[in-house]
Ligand binder design. Sequence first.
Ligand code: NDP
Length: 283
Amino acid sequence: MTTILNGKLYADIIIEQLKTKVEKEQKKPKLAVILVGNNPASEIYVRNKQKKAQYIGFESVVITLENNISEENLLEQIYILNEDTNINAILVQLPLPQHIQTKKITEAIDPIKDVDGFTSYNFGRLILGYKPYSIPCTPKGIIKLLKYYNIDMAGKNTVVIGRSNIVGKPVSILLEQENATVTVAHSHTNNLKDLTLHADILISAIGKAKFITSEFIKNNSVIIDVGINRTENGLCGDVDYENVYKKAAFITPVPGGIGPMTIAMLMENTFELFKLQQNYLVL
Ligand code: NDP
């Protein structure tokens, strides 16, 4: 029997818990999202994030900027948000236009408002095993979902495909902190199948539709599909779900798996930053 790891279900539980917590707060957490340009996928993501924030009872603001904004002016926007004591969390929707250096922009965010955990301060603390102000949303959501289904990571042979700063790298760190034995694969990896066939837990964050077929996976393994790929038949993951389903013990669907968990973690991080800033002010 294969169990579907229902990220949507667990994300909804987290959202309801946050809503209850926010109701008890006099002042409400405030999330600021910066959207540069008019990438249709980014526009959808930002709209969904804002809707969820409003549902929970957060205040939220979306700052929409022209595609040709200069790096300098974008940095200026971030400095304004850093200084604004009403803003608790800042998110810059990626990808940014090519003329802007993403690292310069993410680094400009005050670490205590860095809701994605992308600044070197928070990322560095994560790698060192110190508590960061926030942990990147998708990796945090993956670990939470595994724990929700009581999937023990300790000692498990775990293969992460993808080494991006957003998903692959941070999730491999978190898995190692859960005592998993982690192998990270990428586009230069030789004989990928030899690795994945021994994976008790396989996490795919590649961005290639239905790339992972049943030939890649070990019997009764756990399959986490992070990929979001837009095809002419709609959204699909990196994993060929129908083909893999029966062979896996646990599998995340796309949509309804890691996507909703990512948004729930963004909301959780916003609330946690709000509380941290409150306590800081009280101290
Ligand atoms: P990137 O493009 O930044 O990274 C992709 C990674 O996959 C790279 O490390 C790349 O290797 C590796 N890769 C590419 N092709 C192969 C291959 N044939 N074999 C092995 N490795 C390969 O993507 P992201 O990490 O940002 O995102 C990955 C996917 O996850 C995308 O589909 C994205 O839309 C989705 N995503 C989903 C989220 C969610 O909420 N569910 C959140 C964030 C992302 P190399 O480093 O060598 O180039």
